[in-house]
Ligand binder design. Structure first.
Ligand SMILES: Cc1cc2nc3c(=O)[nH]c(=O)nc-3n(C[C@H](O)[C@H](O)[C@H](O)COP(=O)(O)O)c2cc1C
Length: 325
């Protein structure tokens, strides 16, 4: 089994990748999407999105980071894919799943799923442009309006020579509403021998087990679940081995928040470094109720020193919730 950390624009940047991969269980990451419209982007744009390129495209824990591209013009996407590979990306991923209106209006993301032929053309062009030893992976949804074209999409990705296909098991129209239709991956398996990666609504080791059973997929991609429970990947791995791992307790979370804040202080302007921490607390409170009062305490703080003090107090006394902050 391999576990892949999902790309999440505005949420999983290099600092979050570094933090989450340090906790174990993740075999690969994918960057947020790089939108390409009509030109070859300069190297600095790639390096900003994926600072891991400076050290061979791996996180500090040694986990490879594939660079994700989003665009509708095959030749331009291919040129940028070649550049990503030249700059040292260990793999290139193509985004055919993004539901955002602004992205779809500019002919990128899930809108391309209405035309499987274009999925083929873009993927094939990228495959041709990138050295054979660099994987080209594809991330898709089940379709745009409905799932009718899903078999054609799967065949298109296969025929274009992609290395793997990750499927967020919902259509664009489904948005992020549960459930995810994992069973569609079992059907796709009848159409292709490509490795398929199941994605969507995996929040617990139990979900992972069920998803693997229903989809027939060995490999899984985790997004929001890994933000709510940063140890979810390693719990899934241990559970699959038949172990009964102990989940991270709330007491172990504030030190991670402090570390994450410090990483953000190094990477971003000090006055913005608190925002990713606040955003992460919103995810964390989905699993840890104690994250809610801490979020309330930190959300209006602007000064880096105030945020640091608040997080340090939570670290010293994680049990006191609001009072701790
Ligand atoms: C805030 C947010 C940003 C996302 N950004 C991307 C992205 O840049 N590229 C991409 O392929 N998918 C993106 N996705 C989709 C996720 O990778 C994933 O497919 C989806 O969240 C379902 O998985 P989950 O239920 O494990 O979160 C994003 C999802 C969210 C919620």
């Amino acid at each position: 089994m391999r576990l892949i950390l999902a790309p999440m624009e505005g949420v999983i940047d290099h600092t979050m990748r570094e933090l989450l991969t340090s906790l174990g269980g993740i075999d690969r990451c994918v960057t947020e999407f790089l939108r390409v419209s009509d030109r070859l982007l300069p190297p600095r744009v790639f390096r900003r999105l994926c600072p891991e390129l400076e050290r061979g495209g791996i996180t500090a824990s040694g986990v490879p980071v594939y660079l994700q591209l989003l665009g509708g013009q095959a030749a331009v996407v291919a040129d940028n894919a070649a550049r990503a590979a030249e700059l040292g990306a260990p793999g290139v991923d193509l985004n055919f799943g993004c539901p955002a209106k602004t992205v779809n209006r500019s002919d990128g993301g899930s809108i391309i799923l209405r035309e499987p032929r274009r999925v083929y053309e873009i993927t094939a062009a990228v495959r041709r442009a990138v050295p054979a030893d660099v994987p080209v992976t594809v991330k898709t949804r089940l379709g745009y309006e409905d799932r009718d074209l899903f078999p054609d999409i799967v065949r298109a990705v296969d025929e274009a020579g992609a290395t793997e296909l990750a499927v967020h098991a919902r259509t664009k129209r489904h948005g992020y509403r549960p459930p995810a239709y994992w069973e569609e991956l079992a059907r796709a398996r009848q159409l292709t021998s490509l490795p398929l990666i199941a994605n969507g609504e995996i929040w617990s080791p139990d979900d992972a087990l069920r998803c693997r059973q229903v989809s027939g997929c060995e490999d899984l991609m985790l997004g929001r679940g890994a933000l709510c429970r940063p140890d979810l990947p390693r719990l899934i791995v241990a559970t699959a081995r038949g172990e009964s791992p102990t989940p991270l307790s709330w007491q172990e979370i504030p030190p991670l928040l402090v570390r994450f804040f410090e990483m953000n202080l190094v990477s971003y302007d000090a006055h913005h470094a608190g925002n990713p921490v606040k955003q992460w607390l919103v995810y964390l409170r989905g699993y840890y109720p104690q994250a809610a009062p801490l979020f309330e305490a930190v959300k209006r703080l602007r000064e880096p020193s105030d945020i640091a003090a608040c997080l340090h107090r939570a670290q010293v006394d994680p049990g006191r919730g609001r009072a701790a902050a």
